[in-house]
Design a protein around this ligand. Structure first.
Ligand code: ADP
Ligand code: MG
Length: 446
């Protein structure tokens, strides 16, 4: 095995009950004191691998070795006992408790029988100072900005004795300024001896922060490299499995009539709070509009309003001049709206169904695919196979959609194959561009 390794995961395999092979004989190894990037597209299996390391998931095969001895990690408790800590994509803090109370949750220091809150406060201050995290132990977590909540999570892991710290896409929720701060803190942590696993798919972040990188694709490791030995082009090629054009050359746009008009839109989130507060904009035919913002600032709710997934609380959305407020999702689609959701596995496809069933899903009532009694199997299969060939998916029409990679799942929403989309909404990337000469609304989070 790797002689200089602090921790090695060897041939880890994880198959979820739904049959998805999230990790396929993945080997992964980190050195003491490094910042090691774990990169890969959405769905590549990064979180799963780290959840196994942190004892949240059980693998079907493979071993974990720490300091030369094999260990079993059956629960987060056991992971912590081995000095492994994890900061999740979604924080696990109790909002109504203070920072100090959150810090000691489950590992409360006691004075005789009573919880020693004074010690918790003091320890929090000491740790916060040592790692330059500037966290006030007495503030209730619910009043903290996202960036500070993340610091509390990091402190929590350190308080429990983490020497290996896993951060799952920590920058997704941060502003550029907060990201800069986080990087400075992580570099300090590294200098003080902590080993860090940093999950990200943002190439410039990985380049700026990490010493080595392991790249995953479709549940498999594509190898580990010194960060100085690989270019962003190399990394993206390994992540995606083909050449990726990082810089898109674009000609001048020739905007036409207004296609989408959003007026004073108000949307509520799942908690009934106003997530979109009176947003107005217009998009013309042939234009790409980018909507930028840190995750969780109303982008999802905005899209739910435009696509009819959630009810509009106030205001108006017009597509091609027609108000959609009272229209069904299907009617909105028929106006030419096409939606490629951020979480394609959950909202984009039915992953246990075949590609052709997915392709048929929103076209089952079209005469091209349905006769008076039966569906036109041949036509559906032909279209599905055409899609698969076009995308070079290396799959076939009767394969399960869940077996496709994130990029290929997108093909089930490929607009040029269908009716006449006027509005393409893509919540992940802006690379669809002017290819269709139609309107493309793109939301990018950073
Ligand atoms: N609890 C689960 N049950 C079933 N499938 C899952 C579960 N968690 C993740 N998956 C699937 O496993 C694959 C890998 O997911 P994940 O490890 O979250 O990838 P990443 O973190 O790289 O985006 C995806 O296809 C995802 O849909
Ligand atoms: Mg993940």
């Amino acid at each position: 095995m790797h002689e200089d390794a602090l921790l090695t995961m060897d041939k880890i395999t994880k198959v979820y009950p739904n049959g998805i092979v999230a990790n396929n004989e993945v080997s992964f190894s980190i050195r003491k004191g490094e910042i090691h990037a774990l990169a890969g597209e959405n769905g590549a299996g990064k979180s799963t691998l780290m959840r196994i390391l942190f004892g949240l998931e059980e693998s079907q095969g493979g071993t974990i070795t720490l300091n030369g001895s094999e260990i079993k990690v059956g629960s987060p408790h056991e992971a912590i006992a081995h000095g492994i800590g994890m900061v999740h994509q979604h924080f696990m803090l109790v909002p109504s408790l203070t920072v100090a109370e959150n810090m000691i949750l489950g590992v409360e220091p006691r004075k005789r029988l009573k919880i020693d809150l004074q010690k918790a406060i003091k320890d929090t201050r000491i740790l916060s100072d040592k790692y330059n995290l500037a966290v006030d132990p007495l503030v209730k977590v619910q009043f903290l900005p996202v960036g500070t909540k993340q610091k509390v999570e990091i402190l929590k892991a350190l308080y429990r004795g983490a020497e290996i710290l896993i951060l799952d896409e920590p920058t997704a929720v941060l502003t550029p300024q907060e990201t800069k701060e986080l990087f400075a803190e992580l570099k300090l942590l590294k200098n003080l001896g902590t080993t860090i696993i940093f999950i990200s798919h943002k190439l410039h972040e990985v380049k700026a922060l990490c010493d080595r990188i392991t790249i995953m694709r479709n549940g498999r490791s594509q190898g580990t490299f010194n960060i100085s030995d690989v270019t962003p082009t190399d990394i993206s090629r390994l992540m995606v499995g083909r050449d990726v054009i990082l810089e898109i050359k674009k000609g001048p746009s020739r905007p036409g009539n207004v296609m989408l008009s959003v007026k004073d839109l108000v949307m509520a989130n799942d908690l009934g709070q106003r997530a979109v507060k009176g947003v107005s904009f217009q998009v013309r035919k042939g234009e790409i509009l980018g909507i930028a913002g840190v995750e969780g600032n109303g982008q999802s709710e905005l899209v739910e309003g435009i696509t009819g997934l959630e009810k509009i609380a106030h205001g108006e959305v017009l597509i091609g001049g027609e108000a959609v407020n009272r229209k069904s999702i299907k009617e909105i689609r028929n106006l030419g709206t096409c939606h490629i959701p951020e979480d394609r596995m959950t909202y984009g496809v039915a992953k246990e169904m075949t590609i052709e069933q997915n392709v048929l899903a929103d076209k089952h009532d079209s005469p091209a695919f349905t006769g008076p009694i039966l569906t036109k199997t041949r036509a559906i299969r032909d279209l599905s196979n055409k899609l698969v060939r076009y995308r070079d998916c290396r799959s076939f029409a009767s394969a399960e959609a869940g077996m496709l990679s994130g990029g290929n799942i997108q093909c089930s929403c490929r607009p040029e194959f269908f009716a006449d989309p006027q509005l393409i909404y893509d919540s992940r990337s802006a690379d669809l561009g002017h290819r269709w000469g139609k309107l493309n609304l793109s939301v990018t989070a950073w």
